[in-house]
Design a protein around this ligand. Structure first.
Ligand code: C2E
Ligand code: CA
Ligand code: CA
Ligand code: CA
Length: 274
């Protein structure tokens, strides 16, 4: 009874109650949104320093008729707190493969996979089924996972990664440098790519941050991994990254904001650069 009283006090705290109501409002609106036109996918191109397009990252967008545009920074964490992330993640994978099928087939397509979705027992079968249905070459698919996926059940996670890799699917460690994984795990895992967290990229220009970025790039290269830098907004950031590596893959507003797949297709049709 004492505990219940404690919880009630919490619920009657107006700020807490508002946050809670907001959470459930968004969760329930999202449940209804999956599979409707409210949700769509944006693509953000990735280039090597010479301007060649390497691929795209898929980013989910939600436009609610009354609540307006809701950022994935808000709704993804809410979906992750419930099983909704699994339904949403499945929809995103299927939809992203449709986008991939329309893009030139030398471009990779990176999809963010939440830990909870990756841990679903039938994840491997589902992804393979969607790849098969889309007709997309598995090696064009890059699954972006975060270091936090790797903190427990490393064996189970590694098995899944290996099953998908056997078919050619690639793996990237997103937000590299911000999570809790150990470097020894990273070096042992069959991954293809490190994605330097945009926080480090935005620190370029400050001597200490430059050294961190330089160290991550050289570590990635020594491990034989592709290195991607995201969140590039300025020429200074790009020039610094390009001075470290001419194969580094670059992504950010400096090149392109996330855009609709059809806008990208238009751009590709009018450009000699890809
Ligand atoms: P993320 O995976 O690290 O994605 C990069 C974020 O940086 C995206 O924000 C992108 O729009 C933004 N961004 C790109 N270039 C720049 C730049 O030059 N400067 C700055 N400041 N930001 C840039 P977005 O689309 O709001 O997504 C936020 C996060 O939500 C993502 O971070 C990811 O964790 C999650 N998310 C987005 N879409 C999906 C999805 O389809 N599935 C899952 N599981 N998570 C997603
Ligand atoms: Ca639904
Ligand atoms: Ca990402
Ligand atoms: Ca990231």
């Amino acid at each position: 009874a004492k505990d219940a009283g404690g919880n009630q006090l919490m619920v009657f705290n107006p700020a807490y109650r508002e946050a809670l109501e907001h959470h459930f409002e968004i969760e329930s609106a999202l449940r209804d949104a999956i599979g409707t036109k409210q949700l769509h996918l944006a693509v953000q191109p990735q280039h090597t320093p010479d301007g060649t397009m390497h691929g795209v990252e898929i980013l989910c967008r939600w436009q609610h008729p009354e609540l307006g545009r809701i950022s994935p920074g808000i709704f993804i964490p809410i979906a992750e707190k419930s099983d909704l992330i699994v339904e949403l993640g499945q929809w995103i994978v299927a939809e992203a493969l449709q986008v991939a099928a329309q893009l030139p087939d030398h471009l990779t397509v990176a999809i963010n996979i939440s830990p909870r979705h990756f841990r679903e027992p039938n994840l491997v079968e589902q992804v393979l089924e969607q790849i098969h249905l889309s007709g997309v070459k598995p090696s064009r698919l890059v699954l972006e996972v975060t270091e936090n996926l790797l903190v427990d059940d490393l064996q189970g996670i590694t098995n899944k990664i290996n099953q998908l890799k056997t078919l050619g699917v690639q793996f990237s460690i997103d937000d590299f440098g911000t999570g809790y994984s150990s470097l020894s795990y990273i070096s042992q895992l069959p991954i293809d790519e490190l994605k330097i967290d945009q926080g480090f990229v935005q620190g370029i220009g400050c001597e200490q941050q430059n050294k961190i970025v330089e160290t991550i790039v050289s570590m990635g290269q020594h491990l034989g991994l592709r290195v991607v830098a995201e969140g590039i907004e300025t020429k200074e950031q790009l020039d610094f990254l390009a001075s470290l590596s001419d194969t580094i893959v670059c992504q950010g507003y400096y090149f392109h904001a996330p855009m609709s797949p059809s806008a990208l297709l238009d751009e590709i049709a009018h450009s000699a650069h890809v």
